[in-house]
Design a protein around this ligand. Structure first.
Ligand SMILES: [Zn+2]
Length: 204
């Protein structure tokens, strides 16, 4: 059964197909109110998340899930990769042009291209541990980039939220994971700030 545990705990709709794995990895971070746990906090939690995520990925893509084991070092590696991935996805949002956020570490991850007897070409993750997970995530991100859907995967503009959502709006203009939760709070802050500025101008 498909269940993107990290994403659904924030009441978010999973991205289509295998891209949901990238989103779910991003949503392992601690966010929300009350604050949810970091699902990559230690090796045990990271393994539990990964087992479920790989099953869901297999259901979504109709491909066999790779067997990947994670050590405590891998949990750390995966948290670092998540950080880089977060910045990569952050550069997709509309106002990113004013504040370019280059990905800190340019990474190279092993993959294999396999041609099957039906003439289909498959990209497959290679390596072990966190690198293998990262390889699979980058394959999915790359495929989404080729079909121009990667720019719909975004992180909420509210820095205290930062959950990853898939923007299904027609013109891909969304910046909040939920406009009623994070958008309204920001609008209210702006409104109050403008009102204060306006009151100051009146007195001058
Ligand atoms: Zn949000």
């Amino acid at each position: 059964m498909m269940s993107w545990t990290a994403t659904v705990r924030y009441d978010l709709e999973p991205a289509p197909g295998g891209l949901a794995l990238v989103q779910d990895l991003l949503n392992t971070l601690s966010a929300g109110r009350p604050r949810e746990a970091d699902l990559l906090e230690n090796a045990e939690d990271a393994r539990a998340w990964l087992d479920q995520a790989l099953r869901s990925w297999s259901d979504a893509t109709h491909r066999p899930a790779p067997a990947i084991d994670l050590t405590a070092e891998d949990a750390q590696g995966l948290r670092d990769f998540r950080h880089d991935l977060n910045r990569l996805v952050g550069t997709q949002t509309p106002d990113a042009s004013s504040e370019p956020g280059p990905v800190a570490s340019l990474m190279t991850l092993p993959t294999a291209l396999r041609l099957d007897e039906q003439g289909h070409i498959h990209a497959e993750p290679r390596g072990t541990g966190w690198r293998q997970v990262a390889s699979l995530a980058l394959i999915e991100a790359y495929q989404a980039q080729c079909t121009d859907t990667l720019r719909r995967l975004k992180t909420c503009r509210n820095p205290r939220c930062a959950t990853a959502f898939y923007d299904r709006s027609r013109n891909n203009s969304g910046v909040w994971h939920d406009v009623r939760v994070c958008g309204n709070a920001a609008n209210l802050r702006n409104y109050r700030a403008r009102k204060r500025a306006g009151a100051g101008a009146d007195q001058a």
